[in-house]
Design a protein around this ligand. Structure first.
Ligand code: FUB
Length: 450
């Protein structure tokens, strides 16, 4: 009977797949979190693979995703990029995030300019969706690839990092900008097969350190774990909990989170790229433990979290984020006097012809999206051009609206890779009063919905 149902679902176009979780953009190294001030929302921070790249050398930035139901996701766009980090030259590899003393932090690794060695960078934001502002790199960390930050219940921050068959850890000072040298430990010998990517979570008073590793001389990576009574060890090696699986990537990497009472493991595979093993996508499966507290191995499945609805993502791009999110604000300003905006404000003062804002939408392949624009135009209709890459949607009139309102612009097509969505003032038709652009959304449209 089960086979008949699966056949029916596959061949009627109804697809309840939950894995890969994000199907519109290539993502890797997921870092999942529920922030203490908003237990209803799950956040996943990821690195980003360029379409068709099939290697990690050209990775340049990070994304943030959120959901309240594990089915409908928001991609908040690019949250940090190499261009925003003046000490770095390349390799925006794995990262983690933390909520610490009322601020959100992104802890990431990039290669230092002129030196070419990995550093562990720290960036900060007032809001979980970023964009994040780089603060510099963490002092005392050498070869700082694949950082993970763990804040213990008593508020003590710890940093873990690892690369090339080694793993290290230390307590961080309160500003997160340096480690306490006296706490530095090398954990390598306690973590059999370790290669990189450590991640720590706590359960029932025990510290679980999960990591991608290699059995002798053998790629691809499997996921292993070890358990300790203290964050800095000593750790007892336990074994593998994500073995080889069909469609896996050469690498694996991830973390676990407890969301609405369930433990979920986020990791990555190469299912979306159709055979390019290093162009990756985020996966999610429940993480379960036996009565001894040992992790029950995960077998990656298409059903994933099994919620009987396929995951769907909407890109939500705040107009005011500008350069920090891969966009541009040209001769316009960010303001806040019209109430009801989302994010930190809205973009206004489109006074001269061609004054514009553009926002960056990164997608994995050419596909259709429903474009929605949230704006206000309190004193009359506004004439603006909307341009997606070089395709111009002419003569668009945003009807008068005293308050922020969402207008459905219909279906648009995005190309593989980076797309620029520009909204700019028409050069010949005057608009009445100020025009305020709050955000745009691009909602995934599946073939069966066309
Ligand atoms: O995503 C780039 C690198 O691949 C990460 O830093 C490693 O952990 C591996 O997943």
């Amino acid at each position: 009977m089960k086979k008949i149902i699966v056949f029916f679902l596959c061949f009627t176009g109804i697809n309840f797949a939950q894995n890969p979780v994000f199907t519109h953009v290539f993502t890797a190294d997921p870092s999942p979190h529920v922030w203490p001030n908003d237990p209803d929302k799950l956040w996943v921070y990821t690195s980003h693979d360029e379409p068709g790249s099939n290697n990690h050398y050209g990775m340049t930035g990070y994304h943030a995703f959120s959901t309240t139901d594990l089915v409908n996701w928001t991609d908040h766009g690019r949250i940090l990029h190499l261009e925003n980090v003046n000490w770095a030259e390349s390799h925006a590899w794995a990262m983690d995030a933390a909520y610490y003393r009322d601020k959100y932090y992104l802890v990431y690794c990039m290669k230092e300019a002129g030196i070419g060695l990995f550093r562990t960078g720290i960036a900060v934001s007032d809001v979980p969706q970023g964009p994040f502002n780089d603060l510099g790199y963490v002092k005392g960390v050498e070869f700082g690839q694949d950082p993970a930050i763990f804040i213990d219940d008593d508020g003590t921050p710890y940093l873990f990092w690892g690369h090339d068959r080694k793993c290290f850890a230390a307590e961080l000072n309160a500003d997160l900008m340096s480690i306490k040298p006296e706490t530095y430990v090398e954990l390598t010998s306690q973590l059999k097969y370790v290669f990189e990517g450590p991640w720590v979570h706590k359960r029932k008073g025990k510290y679980y350190l999960t990591y991608p590793g290699l059995t002798p001389r053998r790629w691809p990576e499997k996921m292993f774990y070890a358990v300790a009574d203290n964050p800095l060890g000593p750790y007892e090696f336990k074994g593998t909990f994500i073995d080889d699986f069909e469609g896996q990537s050469g690498t694996n990497h991830g973390g676990t989170v407890t969301y609405k009472g369930k433990d979920i493991m986020f990791y990555h595979s190469a299912w979306l790229s159709g055979g390019l093993s290093e162009t990756r996508n985020v996966m999610a499966d429940y993480l379960q433990y036996d009565k001894n507290g040992d992790i029950i191995p995960i077998v990656p499945s298409k059903e994933g979290l099994g919620l009987a609805k396929r995951t769907k993502t909407t890109l939500h791009l705040e107009a005011e984020n500008g350069f920090a999110a891969g966009g541009e604000l040209y001769n316009v300003n960010v303001d806040t006097w019209i109430k009801g905006y989302s994010g930190k404000g809205y973009v206004t003062n489109f006074d001269n012809p061609y004054d514009h804002v553009y926002m960056l939408a990164q997608v994995a392949k050419k596909s259709k999206y429903r474009l929605k624009v949230r704006y206000a135009s309190p004193e009359g209709d506004s004439n603006h051009d909307v341009l997606i890459n070089s395709y111009k949607y002419n003569n668009f009139i945003f009807p008068q609206s005293k308050e922020f309102t969402v207008i459905d612009f219909g279906i648009v097509e995005l190309k593989e890779g980076d797309n620029l969505v520009r909204i700019f003032k028409r050069n010949w038709k005057p608009s009445k009063g100020p025009f305020a652009l709050d955000y745009i959304e691009l909602e995934q449209v599946f073939e069966s919905e066309n």
